[in-house]
Write a new protein. Sequence first.
Length: 157
Amino acid sequence: MPKIRIYKSARRLELWEGGACLGAWPCRLGRSPEGLKDLEGDGRTPEGRFTICTRNAESRFHLFMGLSYPTPGDAARGLAQGLLTVPEAAAIGEAHARGVRPPWDTALGGQVGIHAAPTGQPMPEGDWTEGCIAVDVDVMRELWERCPLGVAVSIHP
């Protein structure tokens, strides 16, 4: 199965399979990408290990592959900081244990994914998303074809 690696500081997305890099492309990130994602609306792109947990061919961003953010580690941090309730943190942990999309409607944010520019529009310059990873349409089409649900995605500083 393929794997996706994203390097925030280099603004680079790589597609790997069987120990070989199949491609490397520029990407754009959240409008304030440095550091860990803390809250809904902070404009940060999260860091860590995720999976593709949703796929939306009808997205306003041409194609959208949702990532399994927030993780149980994010939930533990959110609970300790008083940002989540115990049931919210438990729901995030349960979703990860089942391999499904975690709740995207908590104070930690959600709906983080890999997508192209808004359908029919050119790619905006610079970092412009709310925390997602944006790539050119042709790259998104290739990722869409090669990356089913469950593909591992690692996002590095």
